[in-house]
Design a protein around this ligand. Structure first.
Ligand code: ZN
Length: 194
């Protein structure tokens, strides 16, 4: 996750150089980003409702900052029945209208429709693979380009950036943390496949 970039002058020699601040630079210690960075970002997720939550949050981030989404997370959980796939898959027009009137979440019709449609599609994957996690495992590993193609034909509202962020944040694509970040070493030890 690239957060900001710019030009800075070296304090020793004054030579300017470009810098890019990463999530590992800005997140630790931050009241919202800190806990997410330290305990969730890049860590494997095995529970289907939690995987669904992360996919919905990434979809809702489109065009907005991740901080906005993290700050609305509890409101999202309350509004979407704690991301119960079974429940969200059954949302009808009336329930969707209620969501679109909820100021605690992102009131975007396409994003609300995508949450409901993707819940239905994940439930269909459960029938063939047992769980969303098992379906992801069955296709792991593959390149980001291959994942994006697969997601585009399996789900809705899952373009390259959303798919890449979702897979990075759930440990299916490498590179969530910088090598110098303490979490990088911690995740190396808890690899889900060795
Ligand atoms: Zn990190």
């Amino acid at each position: 996750m690239r957060i900001s970039s710019g030009v800075m002058n070296c304090v020793a020699c004054s030579v300017s150089s470009r810098f890019v601040a990463t999530y590992c630079d800005i997140a630790p210690g931050h009241p919202d980003h800190g806990p997410y960075h330290d305990t969730e970002y890049g860590f494997p997720v095995r529970d289907d409702d939690r995987l669904f939550e992360r996919l919905v949050l990434e979809i809702n981030q489109a065009g907005l900052s991740w901080l906005t989404i993290l700050r609305k997370r509890e409101a999202f959980r309350a509004a979407f029945d704690d991301f119960s796939l079974e429940r969200v898959a059954r949302y009808d027009a009336r329930r969707k209208a209620k969501l679109l009137a909820n100021p605690g979440i992102i009131r975007n019709r396409l994003k609300v429709d995508a949450a409901v449609e993707n819940a239905k599609r994940i439930l269909a994957l459960r029938k063939t693979h047992g769980s969303f996690a098992a379906w992801l495992d069955a296709h792991h590993p593959r390149t980001k380009e291959e994942w994006v193609k697969l997601f585009k034909r399996t789900f809705v509202f899952t373009g390259g950036e959303i798919t890449g962020s979702f897979l990075l944040s759930t440990g299916y694509l490498p590179g969530a943390h910088e090598e110098w970040c303490p979490v990088y070493a911690a995740q190396d030890d808890s690899c889900m496949y060795c």
